[in-house]
Ligand binder design. Structure first.
Ligand code: NAI
Ligand code: MG
Length: 355
């Protein structure tokens, strides 16, 4: 019997419901070429469900996801439902319950996709932002006092643990060993005088375990400037939750449309399922029109295949995306300056994979 992986699929809202089925079709085709199959179990958890039932997912939602080999998510969010509801009602519980402490976003310039930069190296960008996804600045510790008074105050504590720093840094170094052996750390130890010097210390300690990997460190302010001016300097960039959040939106913006950028929330130990989702949201402005670009979702699917241990299949999907984008006569959606529909792009990707 051929190998099969069980995948929980949550299309979500808006264009999530259009790009997810498109990506499933592409991934199924690729899986059959490489001799395995994907068993999809679909969940309708979404803002629409929230409007009908008062919750984004059922009470036993996390337990129903737990046995899956992977979670494939479109996007959640819909006008009328506050964004914190969709975030704290679905995405954050999943990331936390399954200890997806790595948020990984590859950033690569692709032939045929004009980026935002005019630098002579703009077409040589190939980096990965590794964001700490479980602690740091995004903690729930803190509070408000004296509400409504002149002396009102808000306090928000960051949490940096040795275990939390070490594991995200080791992940970054391991990744760099499979790439071009360079890790840059985002810091701010000149201004933030407790947590960031600790982050730097842990970075040095972990770097010592990887003598063959070249390291650098930049304060986050100048790092954002270097991302724009010298993106070709970077290979793997490791950052705390907040700094990583910023860099992982800046990175994809440098190389082109948000419609093609992929992402993953990973539990590296594989004790729990990891979750793969594009960078973009539910795009209510174009939802239901069949014009969304499916590539970000498809590429996130390639990251899922890689994580499942099917690297050749993952390469095949990525190569199909690259071939499609590089071909000026191939269909492209509006976000890339074309007039094609989502189904045309999906069809083109499938025919590249099957020839
Ligand atoms: P968005 O990414 O949904 O849309 C931003 C712009 O990019 C829009 O003009 C949209 O049409 C365009 N766009 C996005 N994806 C595209 C695609 N695949 N093809 C072509 N064009 C595309 O971000 P926005 O508008 O800030 O948020 C909309 C909703 O999505 C909100 O409710 C937000 O909370 C949610 N959201 C959800 C995320 C998630 O589920 N992880 C991530 C980001 C936003
Ligand atoms: Mg963000």
């Amino acid at each position: 019997m051929s190998k099969s992986y069980s995948i929980a699929v949550i299309p979500g809202d808006g264009i999530g419901r259009e790009v997810v089925p498109a990506a499933q079709a592409v991934l199924d085709l690729c899986a059959s070429r490489f001799g395995f199959s994907l068993e999809w179990e679909e969940f309708d958890w979404s803002c629409e469900r929230y409007v009908k039932t008062g919750s984004m997912m059922p009470e036993d939602g996390l337990d129903r996801l737990r046995p899956a080999d992977g979670i494939f998510l479109g996007a959640v969010g819909f006008p009328g439902v506050p964004d914190h509801v969709s975030l704290w009602g679905l995405l954050i519980p999943i990331r936390r319950a399954f200890d997806q402490y790595i948020n990984l976003r590859p950033v690569k310039s692709l032939k045929g996709v004009p980026g935002a930069l005019s630098s002579p190296f703009a077409d040589k960008i190939d980096l990965c932002v590794v964001r700490e996804n479980s602690e740091g600045e995004y903690s729930e510790i803190g509070g408000r006092i004296n509400r409504g008074r002149e002396d009102e105050a808000a306090i928000q504590q960051s949490v940096f643990t040795r275990q939390g720093c070490d594991r995200v840094m080791r992940y970054a170094f391991d990744l760099a060993e499979r790439r071009s052996r360079r890790v840059a750390s985002a810091t701010k130890s000149n201004g933030i005088i407790h947590s960031m010097p600790f982050w730097d210390e842990r970075f040095d300690a972990i770097a010592n375990e990887y003598p063959e990997v070249e390291t650098s460190r930049y304060h986050i302010d100048i790092l954002t400037a270097h991302f724009v001016r010298h993106p070709e300097w970077f290979d793997v960039v490791v950052a705390s939750n907040l700094f990583g959040d910023i860099l992982s939106d800046l990175g994809p913006a440098l190389v082109g449309s948000i419609g093609i950028a992929p992402g993953a929330n990973i539990n590296p130990e594989r004790r729990h399922p990891s979750m793969f989702e594009p960078v973009h949201g539910s795009a209510p402005d174009i939802a239901g029109q069949g014009v969304a670009n499916p590539i970000g979702q498809v590429w996130s699917g390639a990251m899922m295949l890689e994580h499942l241990g099917e690297p050749e299949a993952a390469r095949c999907v990525e190569a199909a995306i690259e071939e499609l984008l590089a071909d000026p006569s191939a269909p492209r959606t509006r976000d890339l300056g074309g007039t094609a529909m989502l189904r045309d792009v999906t069809f083109a990707l499938k025919s590249i994979i099957s020839h």
